[in-house]
Design a protein around this ligand. Structure first.
Ligand SMILES: NC(=O)c1ccc[n+]([C@@H]2O[C@H](COP(=O)([O-])OP(=O)(O)OC[C@H]3O[C@@H](n4cnc5c(N)ncnc54)[C@H](O)[C@@H]3O)[C@@H](O)[C@H]2O)c1
Length: 429
């Protein structure tokens, strides 16, 4: 497979061209022939015009790539090596929603031929590839797993907005369903991954490795959030405590905050779901999820209590929330917990305005029901800096003083301005 791909005798197809799929498709298309497939025609049109709908890549990244973008599943017949990178969200009950993954699997199953490879990159629980996807591939294609076609799993580790740890610079875990496929898949990825490839011993090990990377992060942040709740009662600044503790060589650098987005706050539910199917109630992972999911309400409560001590009528309080994306310097608003803070404050009748230079106001309105303001106009009774976009980090105390009523609150959720505020009523996690 690897050789045929490099000689362009065979073609790769990437199914799902979002944050994960498009970078991987373009990187491979510098070396081999690639078909980029997505069900969204509008996204395909943008990509044909060298525009990344996820705003991560630039027009120059499309240059010199041997890639055909299509929304027609028929075009996939030409491919022999399928990479699946579609979303793996959770439903309203916080259970894995495998519909996009199974739908993409059906699409591939319909065109699958003898000798083909399918590699999944979407984050899933251990077992999803072989127990949920492979039977569907067999059913749709009429072919037999391993004898007729091979399957692998290679989790994606890219970090949106991170210009240092980019796709080719992160070690890629790969796996296959037998020795031959493990090697062919590893060699194929080695073509583009400068940091090298780690050959996991099985598909399940590769699936589990990815899911625990994000679960570990979630649990560690939950611990920080719990500390923040404790230290807040004691009137101790958590960031100062973490800085002091961080002088020990083995103290891990995690910080309190809102856990949103489509990975850290979602993936642990895949693991707890599968764990429950095996009769094990995952206590630590669930506890972490509980703390992090409740953080927005806790933050809103702290700010509301402080405001109610200052002002008799909360309904007259104007609040500015700075940032609504799920993390700094990205436009991605999916599963943003800042929206939960906004809802909580609005519940108390406060007048809440939200500003974010990175987010699209139309998308925010559609997703969360509020628009973004272009230019904040003070005075506000509280300003909440919720996301550390570069534009916000660059602000000085004077900039806030101009926007906050005398005695009003600056709530700094990211601890950005900890040492820089001397005059304002300052609160951080
Ligand atoms: N975004 C990240 O930083 C990141 C990092 C590591 C892993 N992951 C994982 O990678 C997977 C993809 O995430 P993403 O962030 O790229 O998602 P995304 O929403 O940015 O992109 C998914 C793309 O798949 C398309 N799609 C949906 N269903 C499809 C189908 N049936 N057939 C073809 N295309 C379909 C969508 O139109 C969209 O363009 C998820 O499992 C996610 O957990 C994401």
């Amino acid at each position: 497979m690897f050789e045929e791909l490099t000689k362009k005798k065979k073609t790769m197809a990437v199914i799902g061209l979002g944050y994960v799929g498009l970078p991987i498709a373009l990187e491979f298309a510098k070396k081999i022939r690639v078909i980029g497939f997505d069900i969204r025609e509008d996204r395909i049109t943008l990509m044909r015009n060298n525009i990344d709908p996820s705003n991560e890549l630039e027009a120059k990244d499309f240059k010199g790539c041997d890639i055909t973008f299509t929304a027609s599943a028929d075009d996939l017949k030409e491919a022999s090596f399928y990479v699946v990178a579609v979303p793996t969200p959770i439903d309203e009950h916080k259970k894995p929603d495998l519909r996009p993954l199974l739908s993409a699997t059906r699409t591939v199953g319909k065109v699958l031929k003898q000798g083909d490879y399918v590699v999944y990159e979407s984050t899933v629980y251990p077992g999803a590839t072989e127990e949920d996807c492979v039977p569907l591939l067999e059913e749709m294609s009429g072919l037999e797993f391993i004898t007729d076609f091979k399957v692998g799993f290679s989790p994606e580790r890219i970090n949106p907005g991170d210009k240092k740890h980019t796709l080719t610079k992160i070690t890629k875990v790969t796996s296959g369903c037998d020795e031959v496929s493990s090697e062919e898949i590893a060699k194929t990825y080695e073509m583009v991954i400068e940091a090298g490839v780690y050959r996991a011993s099985s598909i399940k090990v590769a699936e589990a490795a990815k899911i625990i990377e994000n679960s570990q992060r979630d649990i560690n942040i939950a611990f920080m959030n719990e500390l923040s709740m404790i230290f807040n009662k004691m009137n101790i600044n958590t960031f100062e405590v973490l800085e002091a503790a961080g002088t020990k060589w083995n103290f891990l650098p995690f910080f309190p905050g809102l856990v949103g987005g489509h990975c850290i706050g979602v993936d642990p539910y895949y693991l707890t779901h599968k764990s429950a199917m095996y009769g094990h109630h995952a206590q630590i992972i669930n506890a972490g999820r509980g703390i992090n999911d409740g953080m927005a309400a806790w933050i809103a409560k702290q700010i509301t209590v402080k405001l109610s001590n200052l002002y008799t009528n909360l309904k007259e309080c104007r609040i500015l929330v700075m940032g609504t994306t799920f993390k700094e310097n990205v436009s991605d608003i999916r599963n943003s917990k800042v929206a939960d803070v906004v809802y909580e404050l609005k519940e108390f009748g406060m007048l809440v305005e939200v500003a974010d230079p990175c987010a699209d106001s139309g998308e925010v309105l559609e997703e969360y029901g509020y628009e973004l303001i272009e230019q904040p106009v003070g005075p506000y009774h509280a300003i909440i800096v919720a996301v550390s976009h570069d534009e916000f980090v660059a602000l000085k105390e004077d900039d806030f003083i101009k926007m906050i009523v005398p005695g009003g609150i600056l709530a700094d959720l990211k601890g950005i301005f900890r040492d820089k505020i001397s005059q304002l009523n300052y609160w951080s996690l």
